[in-house]
Design a protein around this ligand. Structure first.
Ligand code: SF4
Length: 292
């Protein structure tokens, strides 16, 4: 943290005194800790996922739905011990797992939290819910501690990654990060009730006007990892923030666009997957981040 190079932004900044690209210092800053019912069925199930929404972010997506949180403008600071107590409360509430959301900029501090929580009786799986803009070195610190990786694969084209997330090197970085996650976890395992115990579930958000890119993403995932991972194809893109002014991202995706991507996945043989149905594109699905 005194010369932070934790993620591919390589800010080399002292986060005990200031902030880098991710906009948060060394202390855990958290926007909300809650039982989350709207992750994939194998993550949320009927009991919910114990989500910890970290403030700050190392991406720069123009369509970010949580920009106050990602810019570190809201959130409350927690010590590692306080976070451990919150995690144990989520377990007591019956959550299926502990779900660290946007944790990349705390990757080197989380092992301490996970180990302490396990020592104090945490038995449910740890989910690491990430954009995949991660260094392999950081991910290796989590080996044996994270049970489920829930990464995005947002883009394979550098132009899209630069234009929409200010991360021109995202495709190469994300590929290496996914390789590392799959290497650590291997195959997926579920309870008898269908709740994931360990595994890698890769999410891809279909963006408007980019059906061919989405098909390339699905092709890449299935060719490289086959049935060792699950793929979640998401239709919930909502124009938000600066994306409302973008000539391509200013609208939701159409049903035809989403169906074309899903049909392609089925056509190439993807069986381990999740799709979304109905009205998931709505600002009303975006949680409030009030530090409460
Ligand atoms: S974690 Fe934050 S400060 Fe550290 S390199 Fe990444 S963006 Fe920069």
């Amino acid at each position: 943290m005194e010369a932070c190079n934790l993620c591919p932004r390589q800010c080399n900044i002292d986060r005990t005194k200031g902030v880098g690209y991710c906009k948060v210092g060394a202390a855990f800053k958290i926007g909300r800790i809650m039982k989350h019912m709207w992750e994939e069925p194998c993550i949320s199930g009927d009991n919910g996922s114990g989500a910890v929404f970290f403030a700050g972010c190392n991406m720069g997506c123009i369509y970010c739905q949580n920009d106050k949180l990602s810019k570190g403008l809201v959130g409350k600071e927690y010590t590692a011990d306080e976070l451990v107590e919150e995690i144990l409360k989520l377990q007591d509430m019956g959550c299926n797992n502990i779900n660290f959301v946007t944790p990349s900029h705390y990757a080197d501090r989380l092992p301490e939290v996970i180990i302490k929580a396990r020592d104090k009786g945490l038995t449910i799986p740890i989910v690491y819910n990430t954009s995949s803009y991660e260094s392999v070195e950081s991910l290796r610190k989590l080996e044996g501690l994270v049970d489920i990786y829930l990464p995005d694969l947002k883009y394979l084209d550098a132009d899209g990654a630069k234009k929409y997330s200010n991360a021109i090197n995202y495709p190469g970085i994300a590929r290496l990060a996914l390789d590392e996650m799959v290497r650590q976890i291997g195959h997926c395992e579920f309870t008898n009730e269908g709740i994931m115990k360990k595994g890698v579930l890769v999410r891809h958000l279909v963006l408007p006007g980019r059906v061919e890119e989405s098909k390339r993403v699905i092709d890449y995932l299935y060719t490289r990892y086959g049935d060792s991972i699950y793929i979640s194809i998401m239709n919930q893109y909502t124009p938000y923030g600066k994306a409302k002014d973008d000539n391509i991202l200013c609208r939701p995706i159409t049903e035809d666009e989403y169906d074309e991507v899903v049909e392609h996945a089925v056509f190439i043989g993807v069986e381990n997957g999740f799709i979304q149905e109905g009205e998931t594109c709505s600002e009303s699905f975006i949680p409030e981040f009030t530090s409460e």
